[in-house]
Design a protein around this ligand. Structure first.
Ligand code: UDP
Length: 254
């Protein structure tokens, strides 16, 4: 059997060559990292949950007209995606202060922000993904002013969609990170949502209890990460079939 070609391996995912030009297969690993990979672990089931959850969010975004790289889920751990040229920025949207912003400004975590705030980090592990102003982005040619306007518009649409979906299942969307890719259609370039959207890249707090249902459970040793992600998947009705407990008794086959 021919071995497929690995295009890239990151901390939580692997990209393989896809079946057709312009496509890739995105494989979700069980590996978790935090603090710029200083903390590492393998968490059984995380990849399966993130594959499902990212499918759910990307499909939902497509249904309201937000373009994404997602084509279809292939199996428990893999999805077919469009190949994009990744813009080397982490686009972070914040609704409430938390994490690095809370620290930087001395704000209590959970402080509501006057409006959604978008910030950009330059994707470079060796530098620890430093926060960068728009001026750097344009001066260094990572994106143009027009790209940035489009990225902000996309990020706000993703925020509205994700906040609404999460609110509907009793979860507060505190902040999240997305990545944006370029695709070329003839002479035209379009920006689309790429990478993944999952509890690995969002802060999700239970509205009632304030419980963390995201990667902070791992970062801050707050309990079982799989349980937290499973709770999100359950509330959204996207539990992977092989993990679902229906409570039904086994049936005799005649
Ligand atoms: N985030 C991410 N990848 C990163 C950095 C941040 O997915 O490399 C997400 C993180 O999960 C959170 C949001 O972006 O939902 C804002 O993260 P923050 O800047 O507060 O950094 P952190 O506290 O995670 O270091």
């Amino acid at each position: 059997m021919a071995r497929r070609k690995k295009i890239y391996e990151g901390k939580a995912k692997i990209l393989y060559e896809g079946p057709e030009p312009g496509t890739l297969v995105q494989y979700f690993k069980d590996d978790a990292t935090a603090f710029n990979a200083e903390k590492k672990a393998t968490i059984e089931g995380k990849g399966v949950l993130n594959n499902r959850l990212s499918e759910f969010f990307m499909t939902g975004l497509a249904s309201i007209g937000v373009p994404t790289h997602f084509i279809k889920r292939l199996n428990m751990r893999e999805q077919l995606i469009r190949q994009v040229e990744i813009i080397p920025l982490e686009v972070i949207v914040r609704n409430f202060a938390a994490g690095s912003m809370a620290k930087r400004l001395g704000l209590e975590e959970g402080t509501p922000l006057p409006r959604p705030i978008i910030e950009f980090s330059y994707k470079d592990d060796a530098l620890g993904d430093p926060l960068v102003p728009e001026e750097y982005i344009i001066a260094f040619g990572w994106a143009s002013q027009q790209d940035l306007d489009d990225i902000v518009a996309l990020a706000l649409r993703v925020n509205d969609f994700m906040s609404g979906v999460m609110h509907g299942v009793g979860i507060k969307l505190v902040d999240f990170k997305i990545e944006i890719g370029r695709i070329w259609e003839g002479d035209y370039m379009r920006l689309i949502v790429a990478d993944e959207i999952s509890p690995d890249s969002c802060r999700l707090w239970d509205i009632e209890t304030g419980a963390h249902l995201d990667k902070d459970v791992f970062r801050r040793d707050l309990g079982s990460l799989t349980d937290a992600y499973t709770e999100v998947a359950k509330r959204l009705g996207v539990m992977p079939t092989n993990v679902t407990h229906t409570g039904a008794k086994p049936k005799l086959i005649n």
